[in-house]
Design a binder for this molecule. Structure first.
Ligand code: HEM
Length: 416
């Protein structure tokens, strides 16, 4: 979270919505729309963090209904609280796990689930008010409308998936939501953030700031070094190295998708305590019980040991790939100075983030035996930070992909 404003500011300031060079590249782009969309990205990140806190405090099943409008108002008097508490007391989670809960305990978990849902509503309101206001002020351009409508629909769908997830924890003898449904909710949230962030990049980062533009031999921000190298090696050499870097970025993003999915399964299965050891998994590199359940799909999504094995394995693989990516990125920019300034500034960030992410993952694992129900302990801090850093890492890689894709040479100029 600390790095996000830096990331956004770097995107906005380096490519500069203020700079004349850039605004001439994006003649129709509105600064107001870009700021609004970046606000959406930050609000969605806060939404995911609130989701993490809701999960870690065990609050997710405290509200047993889904009322889009009336649910915005929490219970206001003692009778309403008692009525809500009575509905919770009818759930399997209360009966099998939390039967000792007082009203005060219930109010605590209710707050986090309510706030998570309230924030989602706020995101929707900021979106709708901004959308109408920007059209009214004639800041919006025709090409922006379609992605924004898709975004709104995705947001509404995510709300519905959230409810499907909650409903999976209210029936039978379920005391938590289904891990696969939690993973679906989490992955969908990531998709929503990535889609919004990509849109924000399109609004704020002009083609001239992309790495591809720096290889076209221009001498402006690309610097004489890059231009000279592009001249001596030929544009073909530069484009080849850029294509390689682009492919690595895509491969990393695909693996990262699976890694984040497995992170969500780790969280949903509460798998940390099943093997709180590192570097081995319960003393073995190939632990007992690995791939032991049938059918295989059940094993890879539900066997805690298999999920550990895959989540850890993917982490190490990603570390190696991001290390190589950083070297390729350094080669393309010539070790600093030339190339795309924003890319130069941020190209070590993926490596830094993945190292921090792995340290946080290991630390949360090792502190998991100290988990205390209904208390926020070291494990919860570390797990929450691990989740946020994973998101920042994803957004950084998406930003890097944006910078290494070919220039579009598109001009958007008509205002609605
Ligand atoms: C590329 C590296 C990694 C990424 C991107 C990543 C990502 C994530 C994410 C996003 C979550 C939380 C999902 C959610 O809140 O729904 C998670 C959970 C978890 N990860 Fe990782 N992870 C990485 C590496 C590791 C490593 C190396 C370990 C340990 C050796 C680890 C251990 C855990 C544990 C124990 C959880 C569950 C925490 C909980 O119950 O809240 N992770 N991971």
């Amino acid at each position: 979270m600390v790095l996000l404003p830096y990331l956004c500011a770097a995107m906005v300031s380096t490519t500069s919505l203020r700079s004349e060079r850039v605004s001439s590249n994006l003649p129709g782009t509105s600064r107001a729309v870009a700021i609004w969309v970046y606000t959406g990205v930050i609000m969605l990140l806060i939404q995911v963090i609130l989701g993490g806190i809701t999960r870690l405090t065990g609050s997710g099943l405290s509200i047993t209904e889904w009322n889009v409008v009336t649910g915005a108002v929490p219970p206001m008097n003692s009778a309403q609280w008692q009525a809500e508490f009575a509905k919770y007391r009818a759930t399997p989670q209360y009966q099998l796990l939390n039967s000792g809960f007082t009203l005060a305990d219930f109010k605590f978990i209710f707050f986090w689930e309510w706030f998570h849902r309230f924030w989602a509503r706020l995101v929707g309101v900021v979106f709708l008010v901004g959308f109408v206001g920007l059209i009214w002020k004639r800041k919006m351009q025709p090409w922006m409308v379609r992605p924004l409508i898709i975004l709104f629909l995705l947001g509404a769908l995510q709300g519905a998936i959230g409810w499907i997830m909650v409903a999976s924890g209210l029936t039978g003898d379920a005391i938590y939501v289904k891990p696969t449904k939690l993973a679906l909710h989490f992955v969908f949230a990531l998709g929503l953030i990535v889609y919004t962030f990509w849109f924000a990049l399109r609004l704020s980062v002009p083609d001239s700031a992309k790495v591809a533009a720096s290889g076209e031999g221009r001498s402006g921000d690309g610097g004489p070094k890059t231009a000279a190298r592009a001249g001596s090696e030929g544009r073909g050499g530069f484009q080849r190295r850029l294509a390689v870097l682009r492919r690595w970025t895509i491969v990393i993003l695909i693996l990262l998708f699976f890694q984040l999915l497995y992170g969500a399964l780790m969280a949903g299965l509460k798998a940390a305590t099943a093997a709180p050891t590192w570097p081995t998994i319960n003393g073995s590199w190939i632990p007992a019980g690995l791939f032991s359940e049938r059918p295989l799909m059940q094993d890879v999504a539900g066997n805690k040991i298999t999920v550990h094995f895959i989540h850890r394995g993917l982490a190490y693989l990603l570390l190696v790939l991001v290390g190589i990516w950083s070297v390729l990125a350094a080669r393309i920019t010539g070790g600093g100075g030339g190339g795309s300034p924003i890319f130069n500034r941020l190209r070590w960030l993926p490596l830094l983030l993945i190292v921090v992410q792995i340290i946080l993952g290991i630390s949360s694992l090792l502190t998991s035996p100290g988990i205390v129900p209904q208390q926020w302990v070291a494990f919860d801090w570390l797990a929450q930070l691990h989740q946020v850093t994973g998101l920042l890492f994803l957004l950084t890689m998406v930003g890097m992909l944006y910078l290494v894709i070919p220039v579009r040479h598109t001009v958007y100029s008509v205002t609605v």
